[in-house]
Ligand binder design. Structure first.
Ligand SMILES: CC(C)(COP(=O)(O)OP(=O)(O)OC[C@H]1O[C@@H](n2cnc3c(N)ncnc32)[C@H](O)[C@@H]1OP(=O)(O)O)[C@@H](O)C(=O)NCCC(=O)NCCS
Length: 225
């Protein structure tokens, strides 16, 4: 596996302590990281989560006083915001971790970019590429040569078959499938269980088998009335 993980140590601070942040912490523990703190303004009323100290500061303050020998993982569920925080950290020279659960299978020829995470049971096959800050969720499959842009989310059980392309910040919903070679643009949402059989451009919302845009579905249902 090729990674652009820039960390040189195993201490980690995780930004985002909601459900996704807690799953990322579990992955980090299993992968041998020491999680030294969570940062999340929404959880300032508690002192620790999963035995990890809550850091009182908001991310901006934290970035200005970043501890030595500590990497960062951004575990914010919203794709756009995750990428924005990752970029802000990068500009401050903070080292970005890549998290890979030990139960995941990642080909030696696949590339995982900085700030990405591969969740339990996921499979990333030969020459696949995962962009900065992207999330390959539980038991998802990224087949040979598939390309996932920056800040994307491939949800639990989703399947990107061979040579497919997912644009920046797009969500491929739980158990959705892209058939071989299909490309979808940026900021696309593929609904849970959809099967995408042809290319779609930016900002589409797709559902069904074969997948079509929700806009198209509304037109069809209006015409049927
Ligand atoms: C497609 C999706 C984005 C639509 O969300 P939404 O805009 O809030 O839409 P609504 O829930 O209001 O549903 C609108 C219509 O689409 C239908 N619909 C919603 N999701 C659907 C799906 N995945 N497949 C087929 N139809 C779907 C609804 O039944 C509803 O139909 P109706 O108008 O006939 O009643 C969402 O349902 C979805 O599938 N998201 C993916 C979630 C996911 O996998 N997340 C990963 C978490 S780890």
């Amino acid at each position: 596996m090729k990674t652009t993980d820039t960390t040189t140590h195993r201490n980690l601070i995780i930004i985002g302590a909601g459900g996704h942040g807690r799953v990322c912490a579990d992955v980090a523990f299993r992968a041998g990281w020491t999680v030294v703190g969570f940062c999340d303004p929404a959880f300032q009323h508690v002192t620790d989560i999963l035995g990890v100290r809550m850091l009182a500061d908001c991310e901006e303050t934290l970035f200005g006083n970043w501890p030595d020998h500590t990497g960062l993982f951004v575990a914010i569920g919203d794709n756009t915001r995750r990428l924005a925080v990752l970029d802000a950290a990068s500009r401050m020279g903070i080292e970005l971790a890549v998290l890979v659960d030990p139960s995941a299978i990642v080909s030696p020829s696949a590339t995982l970019s900085a700030g990405s995470v591969v969740m339990p049971g996921a499979v990333i096959n030969a020459e696949a590429f995962v962009g900065r800050g992207s999330l390959i969720n539980t038991a998802a499959v990224v087949e040979h040569g598939a390309r996932v842009g920056q800040g994307a989310h491939i949800a639990p059980g989703a399947c990107l078959t061979g040579d497919t392309v997912v644009g920046d910040r797009s969500l491929v919903g739980a158990r959705a499938t892209l058939i071989p070679g299909v490309q979808i643009g940026q900021d696309v949402t593929v609904g849970a269980g959809a099967v995408v059989t042809r290319a779609f451009g930016d900002s589409a919302q797709l559902v069904g088998v074969p997948a079509c845009t929700t806009q198209h579905l509304q037109l069809v249902s209006r015409a049927a009335r």
